[in-house]
Ligand binder design. Sequence first.
Ligand SMILES: NC(=O)c1ccc[n+]([C@@H]2O[C@H](COP(=O)([O-])OP(=O)(O)OC[C@H]3O[C@@H](n4cnc5c(N)ncnc54)[C@H](OP(=O)(O)O)[C@@H]3O)[C@@H](O)[C@H]2O)c1
Length: 318
Amino acid sequence: MFSKLLDTLIEAPIVPSFSRIGYDVRSRAEGWTPVGDYDLTGKVVMLTGATSGIGLAAARVLARSGATLVINGRRAEKNVVVVRELIASSGNENISQIVADMGDLDQVRALASELLASHDRLDVLIHNAGALSAKRRVAPSGVEATVASQVVGPFLLTSLLIDRLSQTGGSRVLTMSSGGMYSAGLTVSKLEMSEATYNGTEQYARAKRAQVTLNEMWAAEHPQIAFHALHPGWADTPGVDDALPGFAKVMGPILRTPAQGADTLVWLAADDEPLSTNGKFWHDRRERSIHKLGKTRSTDTPERRTKLWTWVTDASGA
Ligand SMILES: NC(=O)c1ccc[n+]([C@@H]2O[C@H](COP(=O)([O-])OP(=O)(O)OC[C@H]3O[C@@H](n4cnc5c(N)ncnc54)[C@H](OP(=O)(O)O)[C@@H]3O)[C@@H](O)[C@H]2O)c1
């Protein structure tokens, strides 16, 4: 009761909730099981964006948990260095890598083929890869790169792996969104910003809003698989340093560590509680609303959701 009250008090104003204050207060008040206590021996986990920041921190814990871990990043050399480090630090030999840019649909298809050929089960698929780009870029498919790599590519990957996830039983698909999406409404016609209107922060928020919406829709389509999305709060990572240097400088002392940013991600991958619900959005191991503002809630209509699903199915060729 006391921990729930504390949680509510720090959730309303964003700074204490998203910063390391939220992590410290909640983890102590609620007596969280340390993520290092979970045993995932025999489980196959696919983790995108594992070469840096939150993904790398999650990979370190997952490696120590005994999971059979497949990591993804865009550069083979970097992936190989990370795999070597994970094996050396955990003693777990069941760690491999697959190179793919999540914004390149051919590479996503190749990733799925390689994973399906090398593993006969898939317990956890984690869409963590993501970035905020100050400059507008376009993916090989012609789709704006933020949307391509964080909406279209992950949608295609889930589609290609859905049968294996279903066959495995008790499987989970996790999507790392961002609290930044609270500012953005659901849009399909303006999901990709044009060159003239492009703003990296806004583009990122629109893509992250689409992610949490699709998470709920996947859960409704495939209730036998646990789909969950989450936001990590604000963590001190190379991605934040690159994209928001001013923010990183000012907020530095109260940013979470990458491991703190990865805590709920690993918990969702490992704990039994997330298997008892579906299509939820989480922060610090509790379900959260996907809307904080009336202006975004009013954009989230069934018609727009259907339009989003149709658009992303077409764009991904799924
Ligand atoms: N840090 C925060 O405070 C914060 C807050 C809200 C949400 N998030 C979300 O958390 C996730 C991790 O972010 P982070 O802060 O840890 O950033 P990071 O340190 O930059 O790490 C991002 C990871 O994603 C990979 N990646 C980026 N674009 C990719 C693409 N197109 N294809 C494949 N891999 C790609 C990167 O691989 P390379 O090594 O190839 O670059 C790297 O492994 C992202 O989804 C981000 O949006 C972070």
